[in-house]
Design a protein around this ligand. Structure first.
Ligand code: 2AM
Ligand code: CA
Length: 264
């Protein structure tokens, strides 16, 4: 497999899709909701996914595609080459802010992440990683992360999990928020992963993410030494929704042992 050629192909597809998303701001966007009133989707999410899928099927007919909007293949095993695509990660930000959303793409071979992309469309920041060859932001190599500790860490966490809720014990979360240096919540899992990969944030936690939200970003995060897992510390399966944490490797175990306790 010529991964260098696939990398060039994927980058140009992503840039073309990014331009289409930018152009969509000059048209009327149709907004609807999916699993809940706050789980938004637009015609642009669907059109961008279809744009990718048409091209990938034409040029790589053997590859399979798992996309958020459901135009791809039904994937129940990780065999072969699979493209995991979120055409717009952070749709609520896309709708409300017209920024802080990303195209997220991960290309896997037999379950191993080979190429990862997160494209912050409005900032024109393209994060890329090739397995074992390091990660880059717009052609500038990302440095390996330095060790840190909870007291000096910025934690990416939604305020929901610090209030009583049905997923996670909130008392240890309160302790975490009081102990760490600060918290942030950006509303796009793919971009939160890039904040961890660049060391702007030291961990990001979510109670429910889908394979396409994280598949690209975890390849990039891994190249700089960040650790991703479920909130029970298991490796990610990429076949269904799961809890999620990505963190600087020096604080990943402490976060799970001391502060983030899932309810039974
Ligand atoms: P999305 O914008 O592609 O739906 C928001 O905190 C983050 O969680 C986004 O990356 C969002 O991705 C993701 N997410 C995953 N499942 C979600 C759901 N059911 N409702 C809202 N956000 C979801
Ligand atoms: Ca999406």
């Amino acid at each position: 497999m010529n991964w260098g050629a696939i990398d060039r192909y994927a980058k140009s597809l992503i840039k073309e899709a990014g331009q289409k998303i930018k152009n969509s701001f000059f048209t009327e966007i149709e907004i609807s909701s999916k699993s809940s009133v706050n789980d938004l989707v637009t015609n642009i999410d669907k059109e961008i996914e279809q744009f990718f899928i048409t091209r990938i099927r034409r040029d790589f007919p053997q590859h399979r595609i798992m996309g958020e909007e459901g135009f791809g293949d039904t994937i129940d095993s990780l065999e072969g080459i699979i493209w995991f695509l979120d055409p717009i990660d952070g749709t609520m930000n896309f709708v409300h802010q017209k920024r802080n959303f990303a195209i997220s793409l991960g290309i896997y071979k037999d379950g191993v992440g080979m190429l990862g992309y997160v494209y912050d469309v409005m900032a024109d920041d393209l994060y890329v990683a090739l397995k074992d060859e390091g990660a880059h932001l717009n052609d500038v190599r990302l440095s390996d992360l330095n060790d840190t500790n909870i007291e000096q860490a910025i934690i990416g966490v939604n305020a929901t999990w610090v209030a009583p809720n049905r997923h996670v014990e909130h008392e240890p979360m309160i302790e975490l928020v009081k102990t760490c240096r600060g918290t942030r919540s950006y509303g796009s899992a793919a971009l939160e992963l890039m904040h961890v990969a660049t060391g702007r944030v030291d961990a990001y936690v979510s109670m429910r993410l889908s394979p396409w939200d994280v598949a690209g970003g975890i390849i990039i995060a891994k190249e700089v030494g960040a650790v991703s897992s479920t909130l029970r510390g298991e490796s990610l399966g990429l076949l269904r929704q799961e809890t999620f944490i990505v963190a600087n490797s020096s604080i990943h175990p402490i976060l799970l042992e001391k502060y983030i306790h899932l309810k039974k």
